[in-house]
Design a protein around this ligand. Structure first.
Ligand code: FAD
Length: 507
């Protein structure tokens, strides 16, 4: 008998497990893949390690929320993290006018740097960035403050479409486009993505973007160790295939290996639509709830290209690079298909533990709609057929063609190249349509995309990117919310802040 069984050993499952185990709960995490971590999981090819779903970090700087949570868990000093360059943590290159914009860290520098390209917009930029920061102040949980975030208790602009917010403050069309450059980091869609999501992600990175030295697996391993050190278990190759319920109460879960796991309470950190499929009793949830979850649109997916460079041929770049073919495309990335693809992407050279001036590897993430791979939707990993392999190769070449334009001689630097498609993301994470960030937040129907932590099943709670917010900041913060649903409101936030204050004062 465990106190808590957690379905899914990804970012949300491991943070929830580590936080609960620290409160004295006996936790058992069940992960379907051979390697734990979900978005933190890495894979190895030809001796080179690649991160899969965690390339740019935010919130790890002193006083940042992730720093506070990891300090509370006693793992902050065990993580090897490298800040991206202060004067330029991101660049955005437009091919159409051959222009590259640098983005600088910190509220004032962000405004100052962009004002050098758009001097007439300086005051508008000040008002726009102030508004971004104001919107984030409306979200207590973003600052690990006590309180309950009711989506309806916010200012009008909070739920505006993000593109409308930009257009309201900024008059220059090119600057409007540049300010949407982080869209691929939150699945931004014109007219749908709420301004608050745009604000939270932008402010998160403006305050301090960083990356893992080595690999993102280190965070998964440290969280797993915390759970085990506190008497819990983390099992890989242990996917849950069935959940047994009586009278809206879970009795036990059954894994792929036909083992049963029993607990007083259960947390699901997997996509809610994947969770529904695990219930043998279809009446476990009301039909209205099941229909609603199945109706929520998902964010778009991606085609990722993984490159190993020939020795000392390509420079290490300590910032994230965004590429756009032209202005006016950044809000429509999920729409470009077939020959129109890709219109833009982001790429990083992940640092090694001992990083010199040259990059060993590069990861290029190109937004892609699931439609592009729909014809193979009934296939599984490694068994998708030659036409799929050819399709992948064609798309690798399309990306390399663009890289060749951006960095002349790029192809000559490439030693090995691999790729993954929306199908890979779907099958590895068990996420509907390979959605990068799970359910799409939609300000046109905000109620639809609000999925509560509590469920109709009395001992089942939800966590992960489909609840609240995605990514390195949103998922751990949601884990705090989920844990508080079990241990008591504001109890954990209080402890996290207290420990940080004891160690570092009010910093
Ligand atoms: C290509 C890509 C790039 C990204 N880049 C970034 C980035 O740079 N920065 C950032 O902040 N975010 C990024 N993200 C988003 C980030 O990875 C996710 O928001 C985050 O990992 C979601 O956490 P989660 O716990 O909800 O899901 P996951 O981390 O996916 O964890 C879910 C886990 O559940 C497991 N599982 C599924 N079904 C079962 C089952 N039946 N039984 C047991 N286990 C099961 C899965 O295998 C998985 O390990 C990226 C995502 C992708 C796909």
């Amino acid at each position: 008998m465990n106190d808590i069984v957690i379905i899914g050993g990804g970012l949300g499952g491991l943070f929830s497990g580590a936080l609960l185990s620290k409160q004295g709960y006996k936790v058992c995490v069940l992960e379907k893949n051979t390697t734990i971590g979900g978005g933190l999981q890495t894979f190895k090819r030809n001796g080179f390690v690649f991160d899969t779903g965690m390339h740019v970090l935010g919130g790890f700087q002193k006083g940042g929320t992730l720093n506070k949570i990891c300090t509370y868990l006693d793992i902050m000093d065990k993580l090897s993290i490298r800040d991206e360059d202060e004067e330029c943590f991101d660049t955005i290159t437009y091919l159409s006018d051959n222009k590259t914009y640098k983005i600088a860290k910190g509220k004032d520098n962000f405004i100052k740097t962009l004002s050098t390209y758009f001097p007439n917009e300086k005051n508008n930029l000040i008002n726009y960035v102030n508004k971004l920061y104001d919107l984030t102040q409306e979200v207590d949980f973003f600052y690990l403050r006590k309180g309950s975030d009711n989506i309806f208790s916010h200012s009008e602009q909070f739920l505006w479409p993000a593109d409308k917010l930009i257009d309201y403050y900024i008059k220059d069309d090119k600057l409007r486009d540049v300010l949407g450059y982080m869209n691929p980091m939150y699945g931004g869609v014109k007219g749908h993505t709420p301004a608050y999501v745009h604000a939270l992600i932008n402010v998160l990175y403006i305050n301090g973007a960083s990356r893992f030295n080595g690999s993102s697996q280190q965070l998964a391993d440290n969280l797993s160790k915390t759970i085990k050190d506190n008497g819990g278990e983390v099992y890989s190759n242990c996917g849950v295939k069935q959940i047994n319920v009586t009278d809206r109460h879970i009795n036990y879960v059954v894994t792929q290996n036909d083992e049963q796991f029993v607990a007083k309470k259960y947390i699901s950190s997997i996509h809610p639509c994947s969770l529904l499929q695990l219930f043998s009793d279809k009446k476990a949830f009301p039909k209205s709830y099941r229909d609603r979850l199945n109706e929520i649109p998902n964010s778009y997916s991606a085609f990722s290209v993984f490159i190993v460079f020939k020795d000392k041929t390509f420079p290490y770049i300590n910032h994230t690079c965004y590429y756009q073919e032209d202005y006016g495309m950044v809000w429509k990335h999920g729409e470009y298909e077939k020959d129109a693809w890709p219109k833009g992407f982001m790429y990083v050279t992940p640092p090694q533990k001992e990083q010199d001036n040259y990059a060993q590897t590069m990861i290029i993430n190109c937004i892609m709609s699931f439609n592009q791979v729909k014809q193979w939707e009934n296939t599984t990993v490694g068994k998708r057929g030659q036409d799929y392999i050819d399709w992948k190769q064609k798309h690798i070449n399309l990306v390399l063609d663009k890289m060749e334009i951006l960095h002349k001689g790029f192809r000559n630097c490439v030693k090995y190249v691999y790729a993954c498609s929306p199908l890979t993301i779907r099958d590895y994470y068990n996420v509907k349509q390979g959605a990068l960030y799970g359910f799409r937040k939609d300000c046109q129907n905000i109620v639809l995309s609000q999925v509560p932590i509590y469920t109709k099943i009395d001992n089942l709670f939800l966590t992960g990117q489909n609840i609240n917010l995605h990514g390195i900041c949103g998922v751990p913060l949601t884990a705090v919310n989920t844990v508080e649903a079990i241990v008591g409101e504001n109890k954990l936030v209080e402890k996290i802040n207290k420990k940080y204050k004891e160690l570092y004062g009010n910093d």
